[in-house]
Design a protein around this ligand. Structure first.
Ligand code: FO1
Length: 328
């Protein structure tokens, strides 16, 4: 089975561990994660790719599970030196092991390799698959398309808004720098078109899933793929599970509500993206309305507390994909 997952960072990494665990003991499966690169940036002369690294570290089992990003067992010797030199951002922690990744990526890019090849070489160090399930990570694009946030005090990189301001300054708009001239990374469109199932991870619908869809060609590929497209809500009972997606959703006029996000993605029958949508049990009452809008909906516990709960969510998504009548 070929499963393609559009994913951001922390929520995406937990969900992808669930996809891998759900498929590892079945028929041979190829999982392709199309990963958000809008958080990427140059810092201290290094190319940082937060969502690619968060997912790679989590699948490799070397991540800091508590923080959700960065490496386990980190030390901060180099970042203390950088701070002493006034290099980088004092509020953005770059641990020594993490810096190893950024230096390796920057070296590959400096040698002329595209981000997708740099990512392949970095992840080759930790075979990310398990059992019958193989996993490859693809950046949404090899081009430098960064998410910037427009606030009343000016425009700043998403990571500064997110980590220094903690999304406290209202976002008036999100901008994807240079997106018009960007293209999907090699293999991305094929992974969406040739999939047996396409999953939208419970990542930030605006600055993770939204930025992936914003790369020319990707939204259309998802809207037209023969594969069923199933999304998973990252919002339970009107509150985001993790992160600050509510600050992002309000910027685009979408309510922080599982059903509102589903309607934001839209039903495929109306030119949107979704054949199916998973909501938490507390939001079960919204299912009837979504079904009436053409989005097959299932309610189940959506908190990914451990692999078992993530596996149950993935199995429900795959079940919903399999149960779909041929799309009208
Ligand atoms: N998030 C923070 O809130 N503070 C940090 O200092 C920080 C450092 C950091 C370094 C590398 C990396 O890959 C991620 C890092 N993150 C940090 C998380 C990052 O902001 C998020 O993973 C996403 O970019 C937002 O979803």
């Amino acid at each position: 089975m070929r499963v393609t997952v559009l994913a951001g960072g922390v929520g995406g990494s937990r969900f992808l561990k669930g996809v891998r665990a759900a498929l590892r003991d079945g028929e041979p499966s190829e999982i392709t994660a199309v990963v958000n690169t809008g958080d990427d940036m140059w810092l201290a002369g290094l190319r940082i790719a937060p969502d690619l690294d968060t997912i790679a570290y989590a699948l490799a089992g070397v991540n800091d599970e508590e923080r959700g990003w960065g490496r386990a067992g980190e030390t901060m010797r180099v970042s203390e030196e950088l701070a002493a030199f006034g290099v980088g951002w004092p509020w953005f922690t770059l641990g020594d092991l993490d810096l190893g990744t950024h230096i390796a990526r920057t070296a590959f890019l400096h040698d002329g390799l595209p981000l997708s090849e740099a990512t392949r070489r970095i992840t080759a160090r930790w075979p990310l698959g398990a059992g019958a399930a193989s996993i490859e990570l693809l950046p949404a694009t090899d081009d430098e398309v960064e998410t910037h946030v427009v606030t009343d005090d000016g425009e700043l990189h998403f990571e500064e808004w997110w980590t220094r301001l903690r999304a406290a300054a209202p976002a008036r708009a999100f901008v994807q720098t240079g997106v018009e001239a960007s293209r999907p990374a090699p293999g991305v469109l094929e992974a969406i078109r040739d999939a047996d199932v396409v999953l939208l991870a419970p990542s930030n619908p605006v600055v993770s899933i939204g930025t992936i869809l914003g790369i020319p060609g990707i939204r259309d590929a998802v809207a037209t793929t023969p594969a069923p497209v199933i999304g998973v809500a990252g919002i339970i009972g009107g509150a985001v599970v993790r992160g600050m997606a509510d600050a992002c959703l309000s910027a685009i006029g979408v309510a922080t509500d599982a059903a509102a996000v589903a309607r934001h993605y839209g039903p495929r029958s109306a030119g949107g993206l979704l054949d199916g949508w998973l909501v938490d049990e507390v939001d079960a009452a919204s299912a009837a309305g979504l079904e009436a809008d053409g989005i097959r909906t299932r309610a189940l516990p959506l908190r990914m507390r451990d692999d078992a709960s993530s596996v149950a969510i993935v199995r429900a998504a795959l079940g919903l994909a399999a149960s779909g009548s041929t799309r009208g």
